[in-house]
Ligand binder design. Structure first.
Ligand code: NAP
Length: 292
C-alpha cells in the first residue's frame, strides 16, 4: 500500500487531507506539534479506514528537525503523496516584529516545503509517479500591510510550485499549487474574531476544509496544476490577476483581517452547506472543465 505524508495534519486542511487520502487507501505519515490531536487522528483513521499512521512531532522552523525528517522521507520508496500543508498566520508589523519572527514564517512556508520536495522528488522521479501538493493561499495574490510576510512567503511558494510542476511533470510526478480562500479551520483561532465565527461577504465565501480538500484531490485526478477551490474564490483570483496593481493595493490596504466579521455559527453552517451543494452540482453539470 502507498504512503502519503501530510505536514500540519493535527487540524484543518491538513487533517482533511489525511482523512481523504486514508479513505483512498493510503497509509499516512503525519506531522504537527500537538501530540494528542495526532494520536486522536491515528485512532480515527485506523478505525474508519484500517490504515497505519506514523506520527512525527515536528517544529518545521527547526532546521535540524527538518533535515532529519527530509532524510527520512528521501528513503521512503513507498511515498505516493507529499502534502506541504503546515502554515500559520499572525497579525504582523514588518518593522515592529523581530526579524526572527519573519525568519520563522519563511522557514515554515518556504524552506520546509522546498526541503521536503527536494527530498522526495528524486524518489518519485525514479518511480515515475507521485504527487506533491503545496498549500498556498489566495492571499498570495494580494498585498497586505498586516500580513506582509504571509503574502510574501506564499507568493514565493506559488512561483516555486509552478516551476517545479514544469520540471517534474514530464517524469510522471504531479505538482499541485492549492490556493484556498477563507476556510473554517483553526488558522483564525488567534485572530481578533476568535472563536472563529465568520460571515460570507460579497465574494468572500468561507468554505469547510473537507470541501477544499475534495476539490484539490478532484483537480489532481484531472491533472490540473493550480487549484482554486470554489467559484467565488476563482472569481477573486481572476479579479486579483486582472485589476491594476495600484487599485488592487488600494483595495487590500485595509488588511486581510478586515474581511472577518462575527456571525452566529448556525448561519455559517447553513451557508457552507449551500455553497458545497452549489459547487458539487455545478461540477456535475460542467463535466470535465478547463485545465489550469
Ligand atoms: N484557513 C484558511 O482560511 C486558509 C486560507 C488559505 C490558506 N490556508 C493555508 O492552509 C494551510 C493549513 O492551515 P489551516 O487553515 O488548516 O490551519 P490550522 O487548522 O491552524 O492548521 C495548521 C497546521 O499547521 C501546523 N503548523 C503550524 N505551524 C507549524 C510549525 N511552525 N511547525 C510545524 N507545524 C506547524 C499545525 O500543527 P500544530 O498546531 O499541531 O503545530 C496545524 O496542523 C496553511 O498553510 C495556511 O496558510 C489557510
Amino acid at each position: 500500500m502507498a504512503t502519503a505524508c501530510v505536514t500540519g495534519a493535527s487540524s484543518g486542511i491538513g487533517r482533511s487531507f489525511a482523512e481523504q487520502l486514508a479513505a483512498r487507501g493510503y497509509d499516512l505519515i503525519v506531522t504537527g506539534r500537538r501530540l494528542e490531536k495526532l494520536e486522536e487522528l491515528e485512532r480515527d483513521l485506523a478505525e474508519r479506514y484500517g490504515v497505519t499512521t506514523e506520527i512525527r512531532l515536528l517544529e518545521l522552523s527547526e532546521r535540524n528537525a527538518l533535515e532529519d525528517f527530509a532524510a527520512e522521507l528521501a528513503t521512503r520508496e513507498d511515498l505516493g503523496y507529499l502534502v506541504n500543508n503546515a502554515g500559520y498566520g499572525r497579525g504582523e508589523s514588518f518593522t515592529e516584529d523581530s526579524f526572527s519572527e519573519h525568519e520563522r514564517m519563511l522557514a515554515v512556508h518556504v524552506t520546509a516545503p522546498m526541503r521536503l520536495a527536494h527530498a522526495v522528488a528524486p524518489v518519485m522521479k525514479a518511480a515515475g509517479a507521485g504527487v506533491i501538493v503545496n498549500v498556498s493561499s489566495l492571499a498570495s495574490l494580494l498585498s497586505s500591510r498586516s500580513s506582509l510576510m504571509y503574502c510574501a512567503t506564499k507568493a514565493c511558494l506559488n512561483s516555486f510550485s509552478e516551476s517545479l510542476a514544469l520540471e517534474l511533470g514530464p517524469h510522471g510526478v504531479h505538482v499541485q499549487l492549492l490556493l484556498p480562500g477563507f476556510t473554517h479551520t483553526e488558522f483564525h483561532r488567534d485572530s481578533e474574531v476568535y472563536p472563529g465565527r465568520k460571515r460570507n461577504r460579497f465574494l468572500l465565501r468561507w468554505m469547510p476544509a473537507p470541501q477544499v480538500v475534495r476539490l484539490s484531490l478532484r483537480d489532481i485526478d484531472r491533472g490540473r496544476i493550480i487549484c482554486v477551490p470554489g467559484t467565488a474564490n476563482k472569481l477573486l483570483q481572476l479579479l486579483a490577476r486582472q485589476v491594476p496593481r495600484g487599485l488592487r493595493n488600494k483595495l487590500s490596504s485595509g488588511g486581510i483581517s478586515s474581511a472577518f466579521t462575527v456571525d452566529p455559527p448556525t448561519e455559517v453552517a447553513a451557508t457552507d452547506a449551500e455553497q458545497v451543494e452549489e459547487e458539487e452540482s455545478a461540477t456535475r453539470e460542467k463535466g470535465t472543465g478547463d485545465r489550469s
